[in-house]
Write a protein that binds this ligand. Structure first.
Ligand code: CA
Length: 220
């Protein structure tokens, strides 16, 4: 899962990026409204974490322009402004949820999980596909009743596949899901992680669609 974090406070931004990365999310971080718009128009994100008080363009303006383009990305507002009217304006402009700073990181994680569930149309934290289950809260993966240990990138890749079972994902789409701007992408890196997943989940689990990409088929 790849998020865009828009936060002009360097300390808050740095600590959020670090903590969310530890959760296995890929984070791109920008510090002003215009940079946020550029990022949103050029990359595909799974979630937008948006501060309201920003240089160059306010979070509210960013939100309005995102929704005007028809982008349905889940948006969580992070704001120090505790005035009720700001929250109402934010929600009415298309935000899905908000948190008032300072907030508890555990609560932020729970709200993120809730938004991602809703976006994927799931009612609980467990993604099931055939004999595989993935718990997005505990990050535990079970296959044929056995616990499977995955690296952070293998987990991110698996989650991307399970998000769209039966869909063929190109290498570029997969790279986009698991690498942020600051990450070095080694050559063949995605293939290496796919190889790792196949070793743990069986060689048939991920199909290679020649010249197009990879997919995890829906169970018959
Ligand atoms: Ca701010």
């Amino acid at each position: 899962m790849r998020f865009l974090l828009v936060e002009d406070d360097s300390m808050v931004g740095e600590s959020l990026r670090k903590a969310l990365r530890q959760d296995g999310f890929t984070i791109d971080w920008v510090q002003d409204g215009r940079a946020a718009e550029v990022a949103l128009s050029s990359e595909t994100y799974d979630l937008l974490l948006l501060d309201l008080g920003l240089p160059s363009k306010s979070g509210l303006e960013v939100l309005r322009s995102v929704r005007q383009t028809g982008n349905r990305i889940p948006v969580l507002i992070l704001t120090a402004r505790d005035a009720v009217s700001d929250r109402i304006t934010g929600l009415d402009a298309g935000a899905d949820d908000y948190l008032i700073k300072p907030f508890d990181f555990d609560e932020l994680e729970a709200r993120i999980r809730a938004l991602l569930r809703r976006q994927a149309g799931r009612v609980d934290s467990v993604i099931r596909l055939g004999e595989l289950t993935l718990n997005t809260t505990s990050r535990e993966v079970h296959f044929k009743g056995q616990a499977v240990t995955l690296s952070g990138r293998e987990y991110a890749l698996l989650e991307a596949f399970l998000d769209r079972p039966g869909a063929v994902l190109s290498l570029a789409q997969l790279e986009e899901k698991i690498y942020g701007w600051d990450d070095e992408i080694g050559s063949n890196a995605v293939e290496v992680y796919i190889h790792g997943l196949r070793k743990k989940l069986g060689s048939d689990f991920i199909k290679n669609v020649r010249g197009v990409g990879y997919m995890v088929p829906k169970p018959q």
